[in-house]
Every structure is written in C-alpha cells, then in structure tokens.
Design a protein around this ligand. Sequence first.
Ligand code: GLU
Length: 561
Amino acid sequence: MAHRRMTVLAMGLLCAMATSAFGADRHMVAAAHPRAAEAGLAMLEAGGTPADAAVAVQTVLGLVEPQSSGLGGGAFALYWDASERKLYTFDARETAPKAARPERFLEADGKRMKFWRAVIGGQSVGVPGTVRLLEVLHKKFGKRRWGDLFAPAKRLARDGFEVSPRLAASIAKARGLDRFPETKAYFFAADGAPLAPGARLGNPAYLKTLRALADRGADAFYTGDIAAEIVAAARATTIGPPTITAEDLAAYRVIERSPVCLDYRGRNVCGMGPPTSGGIAVGQILGLLRGFDMAALGPGPASAHLIAEAEKLAYADRARYLGDSDFVPVPVQGLLDAGYLADRAKAIDPKRAGPKADAGEPPSRRGWRPPAGDPREGNGTSHFVIRGANGDALSITTTIESGFGSRVMVAGFLLNNELTDFDFQPTREGRPVANRVEGGKRPRSSMSPTIVFEDGAPVLLIGSPGGSRIITYVAQALVAILDWKMTPQAAVAQGHGLHRNGKALELEADTEAAGWAAALRVLGHTVKLRPLTSGLHAIQIRDGALTGGADPRREGVVLGR
Ligand code: GLU
C-alpha cells in the first residue's frame, strides 16, 4: 500500500467507531467515510491538488454518506492557494427560488409551520450549489482532467458499496424516508425493511448522473435533463409553495466572498462570512476569550464555563445580526472589532454564570436592527479537509441540511431541505427578521470551515457538521489545539461542553465532559447531559509534518503519505 494507516479505537464514547490518525509529510485527507478519504488520497497520489481530490471525495460521500451531503446540497469552502499565497472563500449555499416569499413556512392561519411538515417535500428545496462549486474549484486550482475525478464514485455506484452502520442507523430512524417512491425503493429492502449494515447498495441512477457531469461539466446539472428532473420532482412533492424552476437552476452562481479573520494569540483564524454565521461566531468566541489564560486553565469545568459564557454572547449577536449580507446589512467588521469584543468580554465573570445574553451594539452597525430567531438546524452535513503536496489546502463543510434532506430523490441523489434554515417567522415585534425567506436569498448557516494561519501560512484546517452547534464544536477544538496543545485527534475526540444562549449548558453524555456537571452547577449553570454528535475533521501542519484527526463519533478516517 502506498500509504500507512494506523487504526485506533476511540474510547469512552457510546458510538465509538474505528478511526485513524497519524502523521504524513506529503499530503493528507480527512473525511467522514473511508471510501471518500481513499478516493481523495488516490487523486493526491496521482498528482492532483486538494481541488481535484475534493471532486472525488464529494462525489463518493454523496453515495456512501448520502444522508449528510451530496450533489443536491450546498457548501462553503476555504481554499488556500499556495502559489499565490491567497485564501479564497466560496459561498455555494443553496438559494431560495425567485418566487419564494417570506410567508413560505406559515400555515394559512398565520402560524409557524411544524418543522417536519416544512422539511419533507419540494417546498424546502433550495437551488443546489455543490456541483457548481466543484467545477469552480477545479477550474481555478485543479491539475487533473475533470472527467477522471469521477472514477472512484462511478466505480462504487456501479459495483455497489457496503451500507455502513451509521447509514443503516440513520435510515432506520429517519422520519418520512418512505414518503416518496424513488427514495423508498433506494433505502428500503423489497420487504419494506430499512437497509441493514453490510447490505450491498449500487446506484445506477447516480452512475448516469456522474457520467453526465464527467462528460459535460456542471452545466449538465444546471441545465438539461437533470435540471428538468429536479424541477419536476420538487414540484410533484411540494405541499404548496412554489418550487425551484429551470430558470432558478440556470441562474445559480457560486459567490467568492472575503474571508472573515481574527487574531487569536498571534494566529490568524480565518473562516467564512455571511450567509453563514460560522466564521463570525467562532471568531467572536475566540475574541471574547483572548483576555483569559485558557492555556493555564486547561480542559475542565473552569474553561468550559468561560467558553460557555463567550458562546452565549456570540449566539446573542448571531440571532440579532446574521443573515444573507446580500439582503440585510450585517456589521461583519463591527462584530469582530477588538474594542467591541474586549468590552463585551467584561460581562464574563469567571466565578458565576451570567443571565441569558443580549445582543450588543457593534460599532459599524448601520441601518435598521433586524431581530432574528433561531431556527432548528439539522444533521445532514459533512466536513472534510485536504492538504496537497503543492501546499494548497482546503477546508469545506458540505450539507443537505437535515439527515436525508427533503427526502426527495432524483437522478440518484437527495435534494436538500436548506430553505428550512430560514426563519419561519417573517417579522417579530413588527420588524422584518434578518433571516426571513426571500426570493434569491441564501438561508443563514452555522457551518464554520476554518483555516488557521501562522506567519502567513496555514497551520490548521478544521470544521464540523452539527447544526447550530457546529460553531461550538469548532471553537472548543480550536482552543484545545491552540491553547492546550492537544493533537488534532485528541481535540476532535474530547467531550463537548457548549452553550447556545438557550436554557442550558450542554455537556456530552458518557464523556469526561459529563463529569464537569457538578462544578458547573455550582457556578450557576443549568446543565443538560446529551449526546453531541459532532463530525470534526482536522489536519495540523507543523514544520512540514501533517497530523490528522477524525471524529470518533462518525465513521471518518485520516489518510495520507
Ligand atoms: N444546515 C445547517 C447549516 O447550514 C447544517 C446542518 C448540520 O450540520 O447538520 O448550518
């Protein structure tokens, strides 16, 4: 074998999965499924860049981890171009159809629609961005022939792959996955039983789609037969609101945006700006912690308290200010302003839990102040990181929103339900909500793909799925690696403690974090123990050595050479 792979078993977790973590010095990929990581590594071994490898990883993930991401979804990607020494950030978020209106998720009587009623069916489907993103990445940074990048996914779609324990468990517990015939036929056996772990699954429709993409590029998806199938499937399954049209698909654009960066103890931590709240919120949490000696505290209840208090302040701002900045004014610089954060940090008492936090008044705020709610966010997301031998680096979070998205399957892949990431309530206290539905708008996200720089070069690539908890998973792992000097594997495996400015501080059940509960209650927190299923993947780069981490809560691996 061209690569070394060490398998270690994660300890102390209920759903412990085999994972691998080791060093390399040439190139590395960490992704949520072994077949996807292998596909990425094969492209790197063939002289490909992280952009080339991303096409292989994503097309395989869409097949073997279909509940989490795929061609029918969207993504945010950070790409470091080593030759240019430039960080690019790409917004490939799903977009509301032009005809979408703010009342989309209200019932006839004006009440908020029940979440699952909104999710299942064509009304929740946003125009997918992932396919165009892969093409943009390849055109800008790729070295291998586009058509060749689909080979691993084509092979698995044709020959079949083994249904993993996690996929089987997700099928068994998913709501409404048997609602639409095409989806039911794919995920259930002939006798109606959900597919079992180890079952062999091929996907001829996906193979046909991959062939079209390999031959004709992303246009094969956004125009022509596949586009017509998407439009028809969304229309046939909607509970009413207008669904995406051929014009919406043809008009889809990936938007290159400015990175959102913040200095944390001499490192430049960079993330994605709006329409995700991720980059700003992760930056705010770190910025609020700058004045505390986190290194001296180390992991434990005292640092979990400080992180929770910082998170409360960040989530309060997130709820008030974050939405698609092409539609609402988002004071990005103000929210990350050093003076503003230092002032906000004064509210953090190391000895006592504060009340629920209110949003602050960032200095560059302009225009009206939109209040915003906090819609529920799902579990249909995956994060992967790739470092190439040429020094390029990629950190990408990719999603279809809820596990199995809208449940609508066309051409071998699932369509997202990303539109339920909008706030269902268009107004609050008589004012328009920042994250309300609007035609052509992108729903607010929490996805937080991150790259950390030291002396102008990337030293850490990281991100996670996990709905609105993504921000906290990433922030805690950053503190663990940057302040506590944990290895990426130890950092992604540690038990989580987090606070989203709701009722309780959440601690991950059955981990060391659960043991912090008593001390945190003494500080005044309401504490809740629960499973916290992150899916962190990380690569650290130090003196030319690459070290990876794959979250033991999922099925991912790190591979490299
Ligand atoms: N749709 C969510 C977002 O964009 C992510 C959902 C998840 O992580 O499962 O923030």
